[in-house]
Design a protein around this ligand. Structure first.
Ligand code: WQD
Length: 342
């Protein structure tokens, strides 16, 4: 087996897709996940796709005894991709302490283990929420960070500061933070995908569940924004393209190709799409008519954001390749498979 990589949160949405891409290029993957927002059968589905069953340990990263036991058992880990975090924006507003404790202390425990067990390389799952509502578009990596819109977004902004400061005093550490825009879609096999618990907060799973008849109607949160059709604009990135960005980042660190010991990159498509454009593209791609209505704005939503991907394309050497239409079709194929719809 190839070089060993730990993926925390590896049974989650982006984590599972990243595990598959790492395995496809020969990495040996070990997963830690507390299954608070995913299920263990994702490991079976990863094995079905790649033919390789990743090692999997189920515990929360706040449990430092389990973490020490893990690193004693799995020697030789060369890099960590850290996805494990609570990520529901609305929930973070209601439970800020749970979000700060889980997301920040988990990261600090991982950093302690990197020192203790001599693991030099870390790829961190960050988010475009660190930009808030940018004054200028598209956002580059130098666009000033703004007050986070939620405790969730603030945990990402604080985590980046922690990483920057910790790297300074740990000369062996090399860290890349990937600032995701809006991850959507599913693996072409339809064996893994996004499976939100309860009523989906995010747009695309709500669309596919409406198309599947699980939700009666999609609410479009506002069409009175300063955008061409009045609905909010986001940069929707295919989850497999996003997973591939993590493989590129891990290789960059392992091969010492990084130019700074703490780097961060915008991982988006560079294209903005409005909510209504997503709805129309979904209908065209799938042939399914969506039942939706325009309702009031959702508190906390920013009006528009999309990435300038020049640095990711030229420095990191990664570019998103999948169209919005194909990505929405992959999301629909996934929804049909898990709901047994032909
Ligand atoms: C997208 C657009 C909504 C649902 C969040 C997090 C971000 C990341 C991705 C974790 C907005 C509109 C949505 C619906 C709608 N998560 N919408 N009807 O809010 O851009 O980003 O998820 O990393 O950190 O902030 O994504 O999918 O919730 O919303 O009209 O039923 O779709 O108003 O304009 P968002 P989203």
């Amino acid at each position: 087996m190839g070089r060993k990589v730990l993926v925390t949160g590896g049974t989650g949405y982006i984590g599972s897709h990243t595990v598959v891409e790492l395995q496809s290029v020969g990495f040996e993957v070990v997963i830690i996940d507390d299954l608070s927002n995913s299920s263990a059968d994702v490991v079976d589905h990863i094995e079905k796709i790649s033919g390789i069953r990743p090692a999997f340990e189920a515990f929360n990263l706040l449990d430092t005894d389990r973490l020490d036991a893990f690193f004693e058992q799995y020697a030789g880990i060369e890099a960590i991709i850290h996805f494990a975090a609570f990520k529901a924006v609305g929930e973070s507003v209601e439970q800020p302490l749970a979000y700060y404790r889980n997301n920040l202390v988990s990261l600090m425990n991982i950093l302690d283990c990197m020192s203790k067990y001599k693991v030099p390389n870390l790829v961190f799952s960050s988010s475009c929420t660190v930009y808030g509502q940018p004054d200028q578009l598209p956002v580059t990596e130098n666009t000033p960070k703004k007050e986070a819109e939620s405790p969730y977004g603030n945990t990402k902004a604080i985590s980046e500061e922690v990483l920057r400061d910790v790297v300074k005093v740990n000369p062996d550490f090399k860290v890349i933070a990937l600032r995701y825009f809006n991850p959507i879609g599913a693996h072409p096999s339809s064996l893994i995908g996004e499976l939100p618990r309860g009523v989906p907060n995010n747009l695309v799973p709500f669309i596919t569940q409406t198309a599947a008849g699980i939700r009666q109607q999609l609410s479009v949160f506002g069409d009175d924004y300063d955008t061409p059709d009045g609905s909010c604009i986001r940069d929707y990135i295919n989850v497999v393209d996003l997973a591939k960005a993590h493989v590129v980042a891990i290789n960059r660190l392992i091969n010492n190709a990084n130019s700074e010991r703490y780097e961060f990159f915008n991982v988006g498509t560079g294209n903005g799409a409005s909510v209504l454009e997503v709805v129309n593209t979904f209908e065209k791609a799938t042939g399914v008519k969506l039942n939706y209505k325009i309702v009031a704005r959702r508190p906390g939503d920013i009006e528009k954001i999309y990435a300038d991907t020049t640095i990711a394309n030229t420095v990191l050497g990664w570019k998103a390749e999948t169209s919005l239409s194909d990505t929405l079709l992959s999301a629909w194929n996934w929804e049909k498979r898990i709901r047994n719809i032909n």
